[in-house]
Write a protein that binds this ligand. Structure first.
Ligand code: IMP
Ligand code: MG
Length: 182
């Protein structure tokens, strides 16, 4: 339990648990026959996970290119809403193996949009890697499955390790749940 901004934060996945899982994920990614791999970090929520994952990939002997896309999903996790590109990648993805990295797969709306966008640009393949999977929240319209999942996430709003409430709590080195006032 940590106290941040006067709130008690219950630790769900500790920094060391996440670090160990990142290395396993990197090895799983390395077992695929990816060539000329381009990792695309889906900002903002995945900035810490992506930073750690690509270094774990280096430790696993991989040599990916790394890019960034910034998406905003209005009404994420709900039926309504749409996805907007706030900042696009610079690279040409045609003919390349691409791995999209995001913090959480919830309704599936964000990553369905991102995957379709990259496929439309003639990528050879698009893999999905997420730290957390809230599979119970998936919606029928976007029944997506990630290729690589760090942890199955309980149905709570989580913060830390890049994930926020109104831009707060991103700096926490662990994933936690806001449990109330301290
Ligand atoms: P989806 O489009 O419903 O799959 O939404 C996934 C996006 O919603 C993630 O990339 C996160 O940015 C955000 N999100 C979903 N659940 C949480 C949460 O518990 N904490 C913080 N952000 C979340
Ligand atoms: Mg996000």
């Amino acid at each position: 339990m940590a106290v941040v901004r006067g709130k008690r934060i219950e630790v769900l996945y500790s920094a060391s648990t996440i670090a160990a899982r990142n290395l396993e994920l990197a090895k799983e990614i390395g077992e695929r026959d990816y060539r000329d791999l381009l990792v695309i970090s889906v900002l903002k929520g995945s900035f810490i996970f992506s930073a750690d994952l690509v270094r774990a990939m280096h430790d696993a002997g991989l040599e990916p290119d790394v890019e960034f896309i910034m998406l905003s999903t209005y009404g994420a996790g709900t039926e309504a809403g749409e996805v907007k590109i706030l900042r696009d990648i610079d690279s040409d993805v045609a003919g390349r193996d691409v791995l999209l990295v995001d913090d959480i797969l919830e309704s599936g709306k964000t990553l369905t949009f991102a995957r379709d966008l990259i496929m439309q640009r003639s990528a050879k393949s698009v893999g999905l890697c997420v730290l957390l999977d809230k599979s119970m929240r998936r919606q029928a319209a976007t029944p997506l499955q990630a290729d690589f999942v760090g942890f199955e996430c309980p149905d709570h709003f989580v913060v830390g390790y890049g994930m926020d409430v109104g831009h707060a709590f991103r700096e926490l080195p662990f994933v936690g749940v806001v449990a109330g006032d301290a």
